[in-house]
Design a protein around this ligand. Structure first.
Ligand SMILES: [Fe+2]
Length: 163
């Protein structure tokens, strides 16, 4: 089984994104979340995202999750991987199953302990779940335009070009 996530590095647009969260009125329902789009001109100011975008074009957004919610175990339908960054929360956690097939009642899991303001490559094909405690949780995330961009492809690219 490939890994669940890989640390990528710090963001240079963290402050821009938190300002966008504070100021935008443009929140829309999208799948099971409420999202706002992040304009490309903001995304491309960040050298990590710029290089990645050159190879694998994507659109970026911020997902808002309400407090006291669990997003149950799932794999994503529309994307095979993502780059995620936690922008703010009062307390939340994200877990991956250690075994894709497991249906045990008690089983091993791995936590992604997000360092706020830092990017992580996220393998959305490994079952994962999120619990958000009180308050909103804001997550920067993206969708590659080509739905076949895999975790391994992006990881190879990050390594090759030492992004
Ligand atoms: Fe997901």
């Amino acid at each position: 089984m490939s890994s669940c996530f890989t640390y990528v590095g710090p963001s240079s647009i963290f402050q821009h994104l938190t300002t966008l969260v504070r100021d935008t009125q443009d929140w829309k329902p999208y799948y099971n979340f409420t999202v706002t789009e992040v304009p490309n001109e903001m995304v491309l100011k960040d050298p990590v995202l710029k290089k990645l975008h050159d190879f694998f074009p994507f659109k970026a957004g911020i997902c808002l999750m309400d407090g006291f919610r669990v997003y149950n175990w799932h794999t994503d339908d529309k994307r095979k991987c993502s780059i995620n960054m936690l922008l703010g929360h009062a307390g939340s956690f994200c877990l991956f199953k250690n075994s894709v097939e497991s249906k045990e009642v008690v089983e091993p899991a791995t936590m992604l302990d997000y360092q706020m303001g830092h990017y992580y490559l996220f393998n959305t094909q490994i079952p994962h779940m999120i619990y958000n405690d009180s308050g909103y949780r804001y997550l920067f995330t993206l969708e590659f335009l080509d739905e076949d961009v895999t975790y391994e492809k992006v990881l190879d690219n990050l390594t090759l070009y030492s992004i």
